[in-house]
Design a protein around this ligand. Structure first.
Ligand code: SF4
Length: 203
């Protein structure tokens, strides 16, 4: 997030609650970026944003934890042990990005029989075959471009017709965290004028 200030990162607290804030240490260590672990409450998020901006302005590339009520050094050992028992870390496809090594979980051992990728192998194969920047199969959804910041949600020809939260066509309209769903919740509708910041051309 820039907002006219040097680059800094607000790190999602739910990840750090389980994995520990150390998961984000690569940001200051490898990329010289200040990072602040944040909760999801409006006040907590605002405080984390402010602290991240302060660090960025001061030129201090370090990791801070603004969510100490839930995020502890080393994370949650019980949750980590359960994750290690049930999952293994594997190379997985990411929508719009392609396959990245050691970037996802797959069920292991006795849990394999519950793996939807095996039960719905034809859908999994489409996802695997999707080109970076594209969507699986013949889907007209533009989520890959939206996620990569190449297209605004309402520039998708399906936005609002027929894709709405009640009749989602793609994943970006399903989740409350999806870009298209967020635009919809903010009142963006086909044919309506966009907010000024969203009128800038995308790269
Ligand atoms: S979720 Fe819907 S509006 Fe968003 S890109 Fe996909 S089809 Fe288009």
């Amino acid at each position: 997030m820039c907002l006219g200030l040097p680059m800094r990162v607000v790190a999602p607290g739910h990840v750090a609650t389980v994995a520990g804030p150390e998961e984000w240490a690569f940001l200051p260590e490898r990329h010289a970026l200040p990072a602040v672990v944040a909760p999801f409450t409006p006040g907590g998020l605002a405080r984390a944003l402010r602290r991240a901006a302060e660090l960025a302005v001061a030129g201090e590339a370090r990791l801070e934890n603004a969510y100490p009520a839930a995020v502890r050094p080393g994370g949650n050992p019980t949750a980590r042990a359960l994750l290690a028992e049930v999952f293994e870390v594997v190379k997985v496809p990411w929508r719009g990005i392609g396959r990245l090594p050691a970037s996802g979980y797959a069920l292991r051992g006795p849990y394999l029989e519950r793996d939807a990728r095996l039960r719905l192998a034809h859908l999994a194969a489409e996802e695997e075959d999707a080109e970076p920047g594209g969507m699986p199969g013949a889907c007209a959804c533009a989520c890959a471009e939206v996620i990569l910041g190449r297209r605004y949600p309402d520039a998708c020809p399906l936005y609002g017709r027929p894709c709405t939260p009640a009749t989602p066509v793609g994943p970006c309209m399903v989740s409350a965290e999806g870009a298209c769903r967020i635009w919809w919740a903010a009142g963006a509708r086909p044919g309506r004028r966009r907010p000024r910041r969203a009128r800038e051309a995308l790269p």
